[in-house]
Design a protein around this ligand. Structure first.
Ligand code: GDP
Ligand code: MG
Length: 442
């Protein structure tokens, strides 16, 4: 798996301070394999690797990260950016009824997604929604839309299998207009593979109803071929968005990357179950972790990068050098840094398995709780007390403990830890601060 591969590389790259032409090659080869394994199409992989390489070369490796870990971070950010960041809900900026056209291969999930979107638009956007099926080839498909539309709480416009799809669409649009619907969702016939006649038909449907959204529905489990499907639909229709279905399956969902790159339109939603409420706004960063097959570790690498606040450490070092006292405010900022690094330093050594990553997460959660408690105690002190902890006698301690919702002995424990660190700070006068942070973190 990618996790094994990367962790092997992470080990070999330990002790090197930078990502260089030399050490990046092996690493990128592994990333390339991982993306192919996740079914990202080859040309898309090639482009992607080139971009990552450019970003990675010469990148500074932050704090306690090895170049290998840093590269995982870069790969993850680039993946997230490629699949699109941010939220992009359905566009309804049109004269009502706004038409949404569903396109995609048979079995991709168009009919199911039509109902899911209807529910979403009713509940989240307070819209009056009508659905219609132009799938005249399979009467069962029309019935299926009727059933799921009812579940969604939307209205369904009957279609007659002997009518032409374009006529059905026009009739539904007319009905929607006359009955003041805000949205018309137009479900279309399945294509088993890209089929000229059906492509022509959906292009005509598009012309007839002028949709504000034309959504390409694609199965996350579709393999290398997703890129060709996407290309064909993009040529036939001006797509405005993608819905990635069946992300609850066990595929790594590399299709998302291919489809997004080929169509250039945002992935708006992800299908997360067969049920009518199984639709979520697409989360690119979460999906990136999944494509890489190491979501937990990626998340933790990100944490380290956030956690190691080099600037803050330097500022403190300056302050101590200038002879200022190390006070409880400084303590608080140090504590939160060390806790972050502590959970992580331990984790990084255990990197090989996802299990270890999960244990690392538990450590981090505990560390975070500790930090929050300490923060609570220090926040219950007056600014004067934080600068001059020697003022803290029994009465003040009781007041602080009550304010923070802890026991007096918790306040005492915190003050003990503070004094220990203050002692060390005095000895070091700020020199070697980063080093010490790392040691304590481990
Ligand atoms: P269509 O041919 O494109 O209209 O596809 P359907 O909407 O009929 O869906 C095909 C199958 O995929 C059905 O069994 C759906 O229940 C299932 N399906 C659709 N979306 C999802 C999803 O997000 N998760 C899961 N697990 N199943 C889905
Ligand atoms: Mg269908």
């Amino acid at each position: 798996t990618l996790t094994d591969r990367l962790s092997r590389l992470v080990k070999t790259m330990r002790g090197q301070a930078r990502i260089t032409e030399d050490n990046v090659q092996d690493m990128l080869r592994e990333v390339r394999m991982a993306l192919l394994e996740a079914d990202v199409a080859l040309p898309v992989v090639r482009d992607f690797i080139a971009r990552v390489k450019e970003k990675a070369l010469g990148a500074e490796v932050v704090g306690s990260l090895s170049p290998g870990q840093a590269l995982v971070g870069i790969v993850n950010r680039e993946l997230t950016a490629t699949m699109g960041e941010g939220v992009s809900d359905i566009n309804l900026a049109a004269q009502p009824p706004a038409v949404i056209l569903m396109a995609g291969l048979q079995g991709a999930g168009k009919t199911t997604t039509t109902a899911k979107l209807a529910k979403h638009l009713i509940e989240k956007r307070k819209k009056k929604v009508l659905t219609v099926s132009a799938d005249v080839y399979r009467p069962a498909a029309i019935e299926q839309l009727k059933t799921v539309t009812k579940q969604a709480g939307a209205e369904w416009f009957p279609s007659t299998p002997t009518d032409k799809p374009v006529d059905i669409a026009r009739a539904a649009l007319d009905h929607a207009r006359r009955h003041y619907f805000d949205v018309l969702l137009l479900d279309t016939a399945g294509r088993l593979a890209i089929d000229e006649a059906l492509m022509k038909e959906i292009a005509e449907l598009h012309k007839a109803v002028d949709p504000v959204e034309t959504l390409f529905v694609v199965d996350a489990m579709q393999g290398q071929d997703a890129i060709n499907t996407a290309r064909a639909f993009k040529e036939a229709l001006p797509l405005t968005g993608i819905v990635l279905t069946k992300t609850d399956g066990d595929s790594r969902g590399g299709a998302a990357l291919s489809v997004r790159q080929v169509t250039g339109v945002p992935i708006k939603f992800a299908g997360v179950s067969e049920k009518i409420d199984g639709l979520e706004v697409f989360d690119a960063s979460r999906h990136a972790g999944r494509v890489l097959g190491m979501g937990d570790i990626v998340a933790l690498v990100e944490e380290v990068q956030k956690g190691v606040d080099v600037a803050a450490a330097q500022k403190l070092a300056e302050k101590l050098k200038s002879g200022d006292n190390f006070d409880l405010n400084d303590f608080l900022s140090q504590i939160s840094q060390m806790k972050k690094m502590g959970g992580l330093a331990g984790l990084m050594d255990k990197l090989p398995t996802q299990m270890a990553a999960k244990a690392g997460q538990a450590d981090m959660d505990r560390a975070e709780r500790d930090v929050r408690r300490m923060e609570g105690i220090i926040n219950s002190m007056t600014p004067l007390e934080r600068r001059k902890p020697e003022l803290l006698k029994a009465t003040r301690k009781r007041r602080i403990a009550a304010g923070a919702g802890v026991q007096v002995q918790d306040v005492n424990r915190l003050l003990n830890q503070f004094e220990q660190m203050q002692g060390m700070m005095k000895k070091m006068k700020g020199g070697g601060l980063m080093k010490m942070m790392k040691r304590m973190g481990g």
